[in-house]
Design a protein around this ligand. Structure first.
Ligand code: FES
Ligand SMILES: [Fe+2]
Length: 434
């Protein structure tokens, strides 16, 4: 078999009819470079939550694919996303992860920029030719920045559709996590960040709908939790559980407990906010949240979210980003959020439990990360690459969405098939074909 042909960019990696995906998609450096071009430097990419940069001059430093950016609130109150690279020789301006700036000064030769990106001075302005217009030499802004329910996304292709159009039906589900009270959510602490020697898509697939891994990957925590598990059937999936696929490769999975489980095993929301939920979400989404155990999903390409019960009576809303570093390595960012209106004591517990389960040293991370890395390492050789991955357990369900869905998009039962994962891969393949 010709490995050079198999690794050539632009070939279809996904075989939709047969339910397989070429391993090259998960390890190839050519594939990674094409992903940057066709996906990360083109489509809407999450950069920050508005609550991270509430005041003028507040900024966070992030990455979109390989592009370092500063998300900053300008003196006019607008959020801008600026290329974090000096216009003189390209030096990175902002080194810290977050802060408040009155202007950005380059550490190399001292060019300085206003927080809206405009060039203030080169520090040797008297040496500039008279026809050089400083207005042309500000920090490069991302041409598109939009905010959906507190989530700031940016794109480097000015022609991308408006963010609400791009999100489409998944927005209905995002609202249930990110805007269910009049004031919306806030980030409770700076994100945890860590590196994993695994392809970024494994994280996205895991969150969009990989219910099958829980019993094996997380057998440890489940065993530790054995008393409760056995007594209450804690890990039994209720028949209401379903998976959603929406256009553009977005999706999510909602897991409910089996009927008859004690009330305390379901998500409990901040006391005093239930009426606000009803008013803000309306009856359909409120019904969707009723007796929910876990809601987990992904917006294409690399924005993931999960609301999970993390201890009896405790829950946390987590945002995840899978930031590619190469074909075989990613940086993970993880934020914990809570309703702005929630009591300080509730937020403390949400933060503690959120990072305990889903932070860099989180209980579930320890299980997942070793396996994700081993999947990438064991696939990254010419022999393994000849043999595709199996997504067969989506095929019997792909064409059979259920009729009585709780929300928009195409819903599938049971919730532990691989329909959403395979839909993500087909969307990815279409994007890669350009
Ligand atoms: S590289 Fe920034 S001032 Fe020279
Ligand atoms: Fe997991």
């Amino acid at each position: 078999m010709d490995d050079i042909v198999r690794s050539a960019p632009n070939r279809p990696w996904v075989d939709a009819a047969n339910g397989t995906v070429e391993r090259e998609a998960f390890v190839g450096e050519d594939v990674f470079r094409l992903e940057l071009d066709r996906i990360f430097h083109r489509l809407w990419i999450f950069v920050a939550h508005v609550s991270e940069i509430p005041g003028r001059g507040d900024y966070v430093v992030r990455t979109m694919g390989r592009v370092p950016v500063i998300a900053v609130r300008g003196s006019d109150g607008e959020v801008r996303v600026l290329l974090n690279s000096c216009r003189h020789r390209g030096t990175k301006l902002c080194r810290g992860e977050a802060g408040n700036a009155r202007h950005f000064v380059c550490p190399y030769h001292g060019w300085s920029y206003a927080i809206d990106g405009g060039l203030i001075t080169t520090s040797y302005d008297e040496h500039l030719p008279p026809d050089m217009d400083k207005a042309d030499w500000g920090l490069v802004p991302a041409p598109r920045v939009e905010i959906y329910k507190g989530l700031v996304f940016a794109a480097w292709d000015p022609g991308v559709p408006p963010l609400p159009d791009y999100l489409g039906d998944i927005a209905w589900y995002l609202d249930a996590l990110f805007w269910r009270t009049p004031e919306g959510m806030e980030v409770l602490a700076p994100p945890h960040r860590w590196r994993v020697r695994a392809n970024w898509k494994i994280g996205a697939l895991n969150f969009i709908g990989d219910s099958q891994h829980v019993r094996t990957t997380h057998a440890g925590p489940i065993a530790l939790d054995k008393v409760r598990s056995e007594r209450d059937g804690f890990y039994v999936q209720g028949g209401d559980s379903f998976q959603v696929v929406t256009d553009d490769g977005h999706g999510c999975t909602l897991t409910y407990l089996a009927p008859g489980m004690p009330e305390r095993n379901y998500l409990t929301h901040p006391p005093g906010l239930r009426d606000a939920y009803a008013d803000t979400l309306g009856p359909d989404r409120l019904a969707m949240l009723h007796h929910l155990r876990v809601m987990v999903g992904n917006v294409f390409p690399n924005f993931s979210f999960i609301e999970s019960q993390v201890a009896l009576g405790e829950k946390a809303v987590i945002v995840r980003q899978w930031q590619p570093l190469s074909g075989t390595e990613m940086e993970v960012l993880s934020w914990v959020l809570a309703e702005r209106e929630a009591a300080a004591e509730y937020k403390d517990r949400a933060l503690r439990h959120g990072f305990h389960n889903f932070g860099a040293a989180g209980v579930f991370e320890q299980d997942d990360l070793e396996l994700w890395a081993s999947a990438t390492q064991a696939s990254d050789n010419p022999i393994a690459r000849r043999f595709p991955y199996s997504f067969h357990s989506s095929l019997p369900f792909d064409d059979a969405p259920i009729d009585n869905a709780k929300g928009p998009g195409r819903s599938y039962k049971p919730s532990n098939t691989e329909v959403a994962q395979f839909a993500f891969m087909q969307r990815w393949d279409a994007a890669m074909q350009g």
